[in-house]
Design a protein. Structure first.
Length: 103
C-alpha cells in the first residue's frame, strides 16, 4: 500500500479514481480497495480527502490566503464544495477554523 498512498500524496490536487490507482499499482480495483482499507483503515477516496483536509488546515494555519485559493491548492475547483467537505470533516467552516486556530 505504500505505493498507493505515496501516489495519492504526490497527486494531492488530482482526483484519482480507484481504478486508476489500482492500475498504477498493478491490482484490480476491488482488491486494492480491500487491501487499502485493511492496511490504512479507510478507502482510497477517504484517504485522499483526509490528505486534502490536512493540507487545507496547514494553509489556513500558516497563510492568509483566501479560502477559494486554498480550495484550489488542495484539489477542489469549487470553493463551496470544499467548504462543505471541510465542515463535514472538522465541524466548522474553513473561516471559522481559521479564526479559532489563530485567535
Amino acid at each position: 500500500m505504500a505505493l498507493a498512498t505515496t501516489k495519492l500524496q504526490q497527486e494531492l490536487t488530482t482526483a484519482i479514481s480507484v481504478g486508476d490507482l489500482a492500475a498504477a499499482v498493478g491490482l484490480s480495483a476491488s482488491h486494492l480497495s480491500a487491501l487499502f482499507r485493511k492496511t490504512v483503515g479507510c478507502g482510497p477516496a477517504e484517504y485522499q480527502t483526509r490528505l486534502r483536509m490536512s493540507a487545507a488546515r496547514e494553509l489556513l494555519d500558516t497563510t492568509d490566503l483566501p479560502v477559494s485559493t486554498i480550495a484550489r491548492r488542495v484539489g477542489y475547483a469549487d470553493a463551496f464544495y470544499f467548504s462543505r467537505k471541510f465542515r463535514a470533516t472538522h465541524g466548522s467552516t474553513p473561516s471559522e477554523y481559521r479564526s479559532g486556530a489563530k485567535g
